[in-house]
Design a protein around this ligand. Structure first.
Ligand SMILES: Nc1ncnc2c1ncn2[C@@H]1O[C@H](COP(=O)(O)OP(=O)(O)OP(=O)(O)O)[C@@H](O)[C@H]1O
Length: 312
């Protein structure tokens, strides 16, 4: 049995004028750590709200832990731990009071499921009398995760849990997720951070409410269909515009301090042609090399294919 299944889920807002999610289908296997990767407004939160039974889809069907999100919403609520994107904590309650509150609404106690949260809770326990509103982002995140876990859910749904959290806390958070996965909990986590995609077993890439690809991060990278080059010169902005005007170039986009470039198929051109073109345009300090694509490159490529337009 799959832990989460979505079949052609669609959702619009504003009386159908705004298409948030369009015919989304994917499956999360039991025990899997699955990532939903997409930028702001891609439709991630809408999907989470549908899966947690607080929002109705316009069409399509979905199950969580084998239960239908419409018919069996009560069973789902007991089996799912949900960490919404915006912190769900009660700011005026202390760490301990927040946890007790969430335990109480699920008819349980902190003691009953302590084993599951222990490793995470131990990190914030020294501050258990501090109000949630006075905690750092990383500590709030840990508390919110404890609250989502306190009723021992089968499936954890985490909506952008690392957004706005510092790099160290992000790292710690992913280590916690790995440990929870090892305890048998299925995790569906969304993130706009491409580097976090590599920490998932499988991912779905979502853009404009549509799924572009579902696979392991390795397979998605492997299916990058062409050679990728990285280039830089002193005047990177001019280089970007120059390459974008080169008829041989299919796509050219800024990537950190480099430009990433792909060439049109059957153009027969290569690194030497790029160097020559750059030299003709007055770049004397050009550096170009072939590189292995990352998830972000795959994402950009898929987006480009979807819109059938080059990125320039
Ligand atoms: N209640 C609503 N009413 C109208 N439009 C909405 C509503 N909720 C979301 N939207 C719109 O639907 C689209 C998808 O939003 P959604 O929040 O699902 O995406 P997201 O990937 O979670 O992005 P974010 O991280 O910004 O929340 C966006 O264009 C958003 O503005």
């Amino acid at each position: 049995m799959n832990a989460v299944e979505l079949h052609k889920i669609s959702k619009t807002y504003d009386k159908g004028k705004l298409r948030a999610v369009h015919e989304v289908s994917f499956k999360v296997k039991k025990g899997e750590l699955f990532g939903l990767i997409g930028s702001d407004g891609a439709g991630k939160t809408s999907l989470f709200r549908i899966l947690t039974t607080v929002l109705l889809a316009d069409s399509g069907s979905a199950t969580v832990a084998g239960f239908d999100v419409v018919k069996d919403y009560q069973q789902i609520r007991n089996r799912v731990g949900y960490m919404p994107g915006k912190f769900s904590l009660y700011q005026d309650l202390t760490i301990k009071e927040n946890l007790e509150f969430f335990a109480a609404i699920f008819g349980t106690t902190i003691d009953e499921n302590y084993e599951l949260i222990k490793d995470i809770y131990d990190q914030i326990k020294p501050f258990s009398d501090r109000r949630a509103g006075k905690l750092s982002g990383g500590m709030k995140q840990k508390l919110a995760l404890c609250c989502a876990l306190i009723h021992k859910p089968e499936v954890l749904l985490l909506d952008e849990p690392t957004t706005g959290v510092d790099v160290v806390s992000r790292k710690e958070f992913w280590a916690m997720l790995k440990a929870l996965k090892e305890k048998g909990i299925t995790i569906l986590v969304s993130t706009p951070y491409m580097d976090e995609a590599n920490l998932c077993e499988r991912i779905a890439l979502i853009q404009n409410g549509e799924i572009m690809s579902v696979d392991t991060p390795e397979n998605i990278i492997k299916s990058f269909p062409t050679t990728l080059f990285a280039a830089k010169s002193e005047n990177i902005y001019k280089l970007l515009n120059d390459f974008r005007s080169d008829a041989k170039v299919d796509s050219c986009y800024a990537f950190g301090e480099f430009l990433h470039i792909t060439l049109k198929e059957n153009g027969g051109s290569d690194i030497e042609d790029l160097k020559e073109f750059a030299a003709q345009k007055g770049h004397n300090d050009i550096f170009i090399q072939q590189i292995t694509p990352g998830i972000e490159d795959s994402f950009i490529r898929l987006m480009q294919e979807k819109t059938q337009k080059p990125t320039h």
